[in-house]
Ligand binder design. Sequence first.
Ligand code: NAP
Length: 267
Amino acid sequence: MTVQIAIAGVSGRMGRALIEAVAADANCVLHAAIDRPASPLLGVDPGAAWGVTSSVRVTDLPADALRGAQVLIDFTRPEASLNYLDACVNAGVPLVIGTTGFDDQGKANIAVAARHIPVVFAPNMSVGVNLLMKLAEIAAQVLEDGYDIEIIEAHHRHKIDAPSGTALGLGQAVAGAIGRDLAKCAVFGREGVTGERDPQTIGFATVRGGDIVGDHTLLFAGVGERVELTHKASSRATFAQGALRAAKWLQGRAPGLYDMRDVLNLK
Ligand code: NAP
């Protein structure tokens, strides 16, 4: 079965990764490419600049683009995503949202739209990271007593926030699995005379440098052994691959709000 895929934000970094991923996937067809009004790409073949040619031309008219599409994949900005959300509801087209940074109202709008169309909404579409979250919960339940829990993450020199959202998500997954409140037990960095480690804490350490796409290690340090769960992203292709997996999974799905754990059957 091939899936007719529309992509929003094709001028963006993720938009490009998605164009390439669709072109490389025998089960996906690029149906339409959407960019913002006044984009220099309007009317252009979206992948031509990097050798992925198609008969599709970039448009700023979502309603036109969605006609005949089986799913829209959107990695843009919240205000743009909410417009595409409305267009998908009107057209009855399933939606994959990878955009991050929605406020509560935006999230509420997505939940309302998901009563009418199926939506996968996930801040991290990497298959490996979502599996890591599940493994983290299992490990935490087994290693709750006698093991110190630390989360170490590394990202490129341009990242402006710390720790990463994924590191915090890992912390939430671990804390939730063993009944701790992350807001109370998280320790972000250590310096000077810190005293002995409190076994109830979950520590975070951050590394920044070079072009590291994103490494996360969850460490359980016990007496006589350590368990480390590590994920390393080497390119944005991992997020595009996850988005395509979500797009295929949505086919024939009932309206509802889903995340990558649903897609990967990890719930
Ligand atoms: P980017 O390179 O800045 O691309 C953003 C795209 O959205 C561009 O095509 C941009 O067009 C378009 N856009 C921005 N504002 C718009 C508007 N008002 N109307 C229509 N189009 C608009 O960003 P990126 O790195 O691709 O990331 C995009 C989003 O995906 C971010 O929210 C990022 O956090 C998220 N993300 C999520 C995952 C995940 O796994 N869920 C992974 C990576 C990134 P212009 O260039 O013309 O402004």
